[in-house]
Structures are given as structure tokens and as C-alpha cells.
Design a protein around this ligand. Sequence first.
Ligand code: PGA
Length: 250
Amino acid sequence: MRNYFIAGNWKMNKTPSEAASYARALAAGLGTVKHRLLLAPAFPALPAVASALEGSPILLGAQNMAQAESGAYTGEVSPDMLKDLGVDIVILGHSERRAIFGEKDALVNSKVRLALAKGLEVILCVGETLEEREAGKLEEVIRRNVTEGLKGLVESDLSRVTIAYEPVWAIGTGKTATPEDADEVHAFIRKILAGTYSQNSADAMIIQYGGSVKPGNVRELMAMENIDGALVGGASLKLDDFTAIAHFDN
Ligand code: PGA
């Protein structure tokens, strides 16, 4: 049985004080949730959110990480720095990192390997652009993102990896993939994992969907066989919406 995993990616939003008051209110008002929950604030808000979440089961996430342990990487943040702040999980290969900052699969892979070696969990984001989908390259892109992103990992590493399927055309646009379309891609990701690793690992992998997830569509997405959670951007900025999404199965 796969456990649902709902993650909020705040992107470059909320100051440390705004982030802390949201996190405190979420932790206080959430009540019982059966599945995993994560908040990923911007780097400067990590310490404040970490202390606001103390004693709550909500996990702390970072939105990115450097590909190196330390050294001359001006403006970057290392895995040890994240761990020192209490970060549990790091989101890697988000489509905005790929599109705006030019991150390629090989770089994403070096970050994935380093994060795991340092004891962090990883959410690896994969997904096609509208242009790629319309050109019939959906499977090619997903296969490349998944196999290159996970390159060099052994099967036992996979228990600390979540995959987020985020069709780029659905991120922040209000357009959501239909639950059926998303489920088909999630099933394809499992097929890749079964071919590379094993059916057991493919069956056990938590695969989140991301792209305009809202309180109004989360339930039908989560009802699909291969969708095990959500990576939520815009709607995670609003406490009421994220709380409703977190309670989708209540
Ligand atoms: P969105 O973002 O929910 O605002 O579409 C999702 C994401 O980028 O992870």
C-alpha cells in the first residue's frame, strides 16, 4: 500500500515572518492527517518554519540544493546547510529550475546523488512542455528525465525518492491534466522503474502529480490508481486551500 504524500512548494513567496505565521497556523489547525505532508519555503524562511513546525509531523523541505558539498559556489546552498536547518527532503529538477536556470538532467542527477548520500530524501520533478507533448515526445522526455535523473542509484535508494510528475503546461496556468491523462503518465513512470529496477520498486514508488492542484480537483486526481500525492504550488500559499488539500480524503 502506498501512502499519500502532499507537498507545498511556496517557490519565491513569503518572507520568513509570513512563512512562520502560516506554518504555526497550519500546524495548530491541521488536526489528524493520515498521510505525509511537507512544506517547502524559500531558503531564508527555513529556520523560522523549522521552529514553527517543531513537534508537528509536517516535514520540512527545500526547493533546491547545490550539486557540491562546499566550496566556491557563490549564491548556492549545500546539503549540510540544509540538514543543519532540519530539512528532511529536497525538491530537485523542478521545471522552473530547468527552464529559468538551465538545469539539465545530468546536473539534476548529481544533485539527487549528493542529497541521498548526505541523508536527505528527494522529490525528483519530471515533466514535458506543451511543445514536447504536441510533438509526440511525451514518453521520450519522461523516460529521459526519470532514467537520467535516477542514474547511478541502486534499488535501495529508491525508498528515499519521490517522483513528481508535473506537466510544465499545467504549472501555475490553471490548466490541469485530466486525472486519466496524468494517471497514464504515472503508469508509464512505473513501467520505466520496473524495467530499470524491479516491479516491487515500481509498485512502491510514491508518484505525486503537480500542476494547478486545488481543493476542487485534488480528490479526483488522488482517486487514480497511480497518483499517490500532490506537489502544490499556488494553492499551497493559501492556508485554507492547503489545509483542504491536505484533508482531501476526510
Ligand atoms: P502550481 O505549481 O500548483 O502553482 O501549478 C506546481 C509546482 O510548480 O510544483
